[in-house]
Write a protein that binds this ligand. Structure first.
Ligand code: C2E
Ligand code: CA
Ligand code: CA
Length: 740
């Protein structure tokens, strides 16, 4: 079959795409992993740091509470006031200095003064709160702290004391009234040392500061902690930093939590848009480069493919060309094995007429369509080639000659339907010759020669047929060679040739109007040979010029005596192409003395398509001399009414096949009527040839045909017989009628 070039390589493309994809995934994935790993690490370090800082600060806050206390507990006035706590003045003093001051200035939430025995002698809490329930809650937790402080005081413990911390104290983190709080105990001592105090018998100041409150606000503000919270339960959202707050004994009292600042994430989020753009740019550049690379590769490959394709294929049809085909045939022959290989020569019928009448574009369209139709019915594995012009070659592996015949029938069948070219139906047939290896040879040269001979023979037996090479074809070829040789010999003295005449009659009156000269060959061995078999050989060999001149001379010489009856002579296109043909005719007319107006030259319509400039020139010259030109076999060739309009001919001869079909279908009758009307409209004489029945005659007469010719009226007859009719100047003789 036809191998189409495939200029794309899907595998290569897929590979490139895969590599690009993998590269992108590795690059982006790696970058992503690295970034998220490092971000997490950096953020973790930062969060740990935030926790440490907050923890440290919370520690400071705890320390701050007792530091705040010392501003009032190391004070002579305070020692005196607490000793006189039962007086109203002392209470007032304590309210102002040991209570309100602590709350308003330091932000404490509660201040209590306890007697050496642990009794509450003064209490100060925030407005709206009640001291008693708070202290009731505190009492059991404070008892061990008091004991510890007492112990420290008695022992004269100085650990931790210095410039900042003047007195020992005990502090802890407790849950008071459902809230975590820093609770700090400090002895109330003399700052001057002027007041006598027994160690362990000091009054004690208890400061209470809830964690949840100003402390939290301060922390949040100080460290810019977002959503800082403190709760007794560990309830922070995921990702929040958590710092447990533990009491002295290690039990966790509650948890600080906040949305930690993640520097790496923050950094990343500022650079992500930039990174994304850079990534996209890189991806775009890489894609572009890859696409370019791909296109180049593909272009290169496509170019190579195209060159190889052009070298091996026919441009018009895309089929293999002859040289590529020959290579295929050689390799098919080499790998044939036991199987057969058929080589077929195919030749379009009537192609030349299409090309010449409708133009090259139409011809190309026919070739393309024909190639496509053949291609559609080809058996598997067959190789089709356009050998040039309207010739195709086909090689097909097969199992039997039956398969070859089937293929031939398929192909011929495929060409049956008309070709629609430029809006009109064109009938193009095909003729096929085939030779089969190993029956007819096993070398390409031998097979192609024999396929060609078979084609020749098929054409001989009528177009639209096929023939397999057979022994008889060798004989046929020999026969042609013999005919040619004998024709040459016969032309030496022309004794074997006779010219007979077939009369033409006026369709309306039935009187003879003229006669057509038809050549006869009396072969010494073969007897009467039909012009149908030797005229084509005479044309191919060019012998028709000499033979044609002989007939012309004979006919003119005879007709010169016929008063007003005209003579028609068939002229081959080979003669017409001869630039001196018109001169030949003129000299024959001069020699015989025939009036040019009584000479008519019949040119076949098939040949008309071939008319080259020389033909047209001859025709014009001849018409100028008054000689009439008849278009013979009209309707069988490829002329169209349109073309007929533009042609200068004097006479139309409707082909016998149309006359034969009269009476079989109204459509055919309409065609004949149309031809007659057209011819008459153009002022042409219209003759119907091959009239065999009275019905045909009646129809043609009715349709307005001018002349009738055919076996019904007269077969071709000898000159003597014709001259007898002319002398009587009438219709066909009774004897002729009877014979028909
Ligand atoms: P054509 O020019 O179309 O001639 C008509 C052919 O049809 C003649 O055959 C004639 O005998 C035959 N014919 C006429 N009426 C009837 C009929 O009613 N029924 C049948 N069945 N046939 C009829 P012929 O003489 O065998 O000539 C065959 C062809 O050979 C001619 O066809 C013409 O093309 C060619 N030819 C004959 N003589 C010459 C010649 O001198 N020069 C050239 N160039 N060609 C010639
Ligand atoms: Ca004729
Ligand atoms: Ca004819």
């Amino acid at each position: 079959m036809i191998d189409h070039a495939v200029p794309t390589d899907k595998h290569l493309l897929a590979r490139i795409v895969l590599i690009a994809l993998a590269g992108a995934i590795v690059l982006f994935g790696g970058t992503y992993l690295f970034l998220s790993w490092s971000t997490e690490n950096i953020d973790k370090v930062s969060i740990d740091r935030q926790i440490a800082v907050v923890k440290y600060d919370v520690g400071l806050f705890r320390a701050q509470v007792d530091h705040d206390q010392e501003s009032v507990t190391v004070w002579d006035d305070a020692v005196e006031a607490v000793r006189q706590h039962e007086t109203e003045a002392a209470q007032e003093w304590m309210r102002v200095n040991l209570g309100a001051w602590m709350l308003s200035y330091f932000g404490h939430n509660g201040a209590f003064v306890l007697s050496p025995t642990g009794e509450i002698v003064h209490a100060h809490v925030a407005e709206g709160e009640h001291a008693q329930p708070i202290f009731d809650d505190l009492r059991p937790m404070v008892a061990p702290m008091l004991a510890e402080l007492h112990d420290k005081l008695v022992r004269g413990d100085t650990e931790g004391l210095g410039d900042r911390v003047l007195t020992v104290g005990v502090s802890d983190v407790l849950v008071v009234n459902g809230r975590a709080a820093i609770v700090s105990l400090k002895p109330i001592v003399s700052d001057s040392g002027a007041i006598e105090q027994v160690k362990g018998q000091e009054y004690v100041h208890l400061a209470l500061r809830y964690v949840n409150g100003e402390l939290l606000e301060d922390l949040a503000e100080e460290h810019a902690l977002a959503e800082l919270q403190f709760s007794l339960e560990k309830v922070a959202p995921k990702g929040f930093a958590i710092l447990p707050l533990a009491a002295n004994n290690g039990t966790v009292v509650g948890y600080f939590s906040w949305d930690p600042y993640r520097p790496a994430t923050a950094f990343l989020s500022t650079i992500v848009p930039g990174l994304t753009i850079i990534g996209c740019l890189i991806a775009a550049v890489v894609s572009l480069l890859l696409a370019q690379y791909y296109r180049r590769t593909m272009n290169g490959r496509a170019q190579d493919e195209r060159i190889r394709h052009v070298a091996a294929h026919d441009g018009l049809t895309g089929l293999l060309n002859r040289s590529a085909f020959e290579k295929r045939v050689d390799s098919l022959l080499a790998e044939r094995g036991d199987r057969m290989l058929a080589v077929l020569y195919l030749d379009l019928d009537r192609f030349k007429q299409v090309n010449d009448t409708l133009g090259h574009a139409a011809g190309d369209a026919v070739i393309r369509e024909a190639a496509e139709r053949i291609r559609r019915v080809l058996p598997h594995g067959a190789q089709l080639c356009r050998a040039g012009g309207d010739e195709f070659n086909l090689a097909m592996p097969c199992g039997s000659t039956d398969e070859v015949e089937e293929a031939c029938q398929e192909i011929i069948g495929a060409m049956n339907a008309p070709f629609e070219i430029e809006g009109r139906d064109v009938f193009v047939g095909i003729t096929i010759g085939a030779a089969v290896a190993p029956l007819h040879g096993s070398l390409r040269g031998e097979l192609t020669r024999k396929a060609d001979m078979a084609l020749y023979s098929a054409k001989d037996s009528g177009r639209g047929t096929y023939a397999l090479f057979g022994a008889r074809m060798d004989a046929l070829v020999r026969d042609r060679a013999e005919t040619e040789r004998d024709l040459r010999l016969a032309l030496d003295d022309k004794q074997q040739f006779e010219v007979v005449y077939q009369p033409k009659y006026d369709a309306q009156t039935g009187t003879i109007t003229g006669a057509e000269a038809l050549v006869r060959w009396h072969h010494p061995q073969r007897g009467l040979v039909s012009p149908i078999s030797f005229i084509p050989i005479a044309e191919e060999t060019g012998l028709i010029r000499e033979l044609g001149r002989f007939v012309l001379e004979e006919a003119c010489r005879s007709a010169a005596h016929w008063k007003d009856t005209s003579v028609a002579v068939n002229v081959s296109v080979v003669q017409l192409r001869d630039p001196y043909f018109a001169m030949t005719v003129v000299s024959v007319l001069g020699a015989t003395g025939l009036n040019p107006r009584r000479l008519e030259l019949e040119v076949t319509e098939t040949a008309w398509a071939d008319w080259a400039d020389d033909c047209l020139h001859n025709m014009k010259t001849l018409r100028d001399l008054g000689i009439r030109i008849a278009l013979d076999d009209f309707g069988t060739g490829f002329s169209t009414f349109g073309r007929l309009q533009a042609t200068d001919v004097d006479h139309l001869k409707i082909d016998k096949i149309f006359i034969d079909r009269l009476g079989s279908s109204p459509g055919d009758e309409a065609i004949v009527r149309a031809i007659i009307d057209l011819g008459k409209a153009k002022g042409m004489l219209v003759t119907a040839e091959g009239v065999e029945t009275a019905e045909q005659q009646a129809f043609l007469k009715d349709a307005g045909c001018d002349e009738l010719q055919g076996y019904l009226l007269s077969k071709p007859i000898s000159l003597d017989a014709l001259e007898e009719i002319i002398a009587r100047k009438g219709g066909p003789s009774d004897s002729q009628r009877r014979r028909a």
